[in-house]
Write a protein that binds this ligand. Sequence first.
Ligand SMILES: *Cc1c(COP(=O)(O)O)cnc(C)c1O
Length: 435
Amino acid sequence: MNRKNSFDTVRIQGGYTPEEHNHASNVPIYLSAAFTMGSAQRGRDMAEGREPGFTYSRVGNPTVDILERRIAALDGGVSAVAVSSGMAAISNTILAVAEGGGRIVAHHDIYGASLDEFVSLAPKLGIEFDFVDDINNPDEVSKAIGPNTKAIYAESVTNPITRVTDVDRLASVAHQAGIPLIVDNTFPTPYLFRPIEHGADIVVYSSTKGINGHGNVVSGLIVDAGRFDWSSDRFPQFSEPEFTLYTESNGRSRSFVEAFGNEAFHQRLRCKFVRLLGAVLGPQEAYLELLGLETISERISKEVSSALRIANFLNHHEHVTKVNYAGLPDSKQSQLVSSLFPKGIGAILSFELEGSEDRVDRFIDATEVFHYVPNVGDVRSLIVNPARITHREVPFEFWERNGLNVNLIRLSIGLEDADDLIADLEQAFETAYRD
Ligand SMILES: *Cc1c(COP(=O)(O)O)cnc(C)c1O
């Protein structure tokens, strides 16, 4: 069979061959810290990379491996690495591209913990961030790139105001400068948007959110497009001899570029960062991720259609002063959205309430179908006041530019009946504005 399977087949079957696992129709959970190596010869062959196989679950686990293969196939990458959280995906990625120090150009409108890490922690590890105000302005981004810049970092759809990044254009700015583009694609998931098809080199996910979709696992994924040339002087870590790539026959240690070419990134990431810093994903979590992925298309498409209905409802409400949802037909980004996101931008939106913050508190306390939870991408619909909870760590200097204020409410739309969700919001408005 030569035909390449499409998304809906790969999300069910990708990366898994039942014949290799006692014909189990579901992916087995390999709850084993380590694996017998069989023979001294096989042990050596695996250790030196001549034979594939599993030895120790911090280095690789069969259940996790199937999740990695499935995500890589869905996103159009050559390989994926699963880690223990979205933040582990982001942290390991920036440490690997800017190993030994350097600069990264980023948008400041990013996930709160990512911004906190980039502003307050990464600089102490020798990685400085240059923040741009408009990630879709190629001139501004180009000007921020210097000789020591190692990458550009952006989110495809931002949180909570759903600003959309023109990934194609940003990728060409990055590649002209000889640096890779890293995209956090958590909000759209690969069902709505696949950054590698638009030129991104590395994609990171909090698969805690829509990929798993059931709010029961914390996990992260890093997908490598396998296209970027890491051999330039800007990235010496990929060209230096690596002891674990020692070949006995010629007594030499190869570099990651020598051994793996354009696949050097995911190989080094796995070997030096995930293996040594140790933030690996466990097999039970990987199994739940695989289970969640099986229904990703149906979940996200229903959630997107409910989110659009709810955004329209809010857009016409007398007590709403602003709706942030780039998927609305009258959004400033509607042209970019229709070319990049034909199936929608996702199930998360935010809006501002008229009046004092007291109305926000009363509104949240009055909702019954929406759960007050600091998470997104769940089958349950969730509500939160970002300025006080999820985005507390965003420094005040970024608030206005990132659309953050105390009147803002964020919704993550789940799989409940959309009429019930709208009725719940309607009664919350009545309670919040009763006097
Ligand atoms: C939640 C989230 C993260 C962090 O993921 P965790 O799994 O909570 O560590 C990163 N980026 C975005 C866009 C997120 O929504």
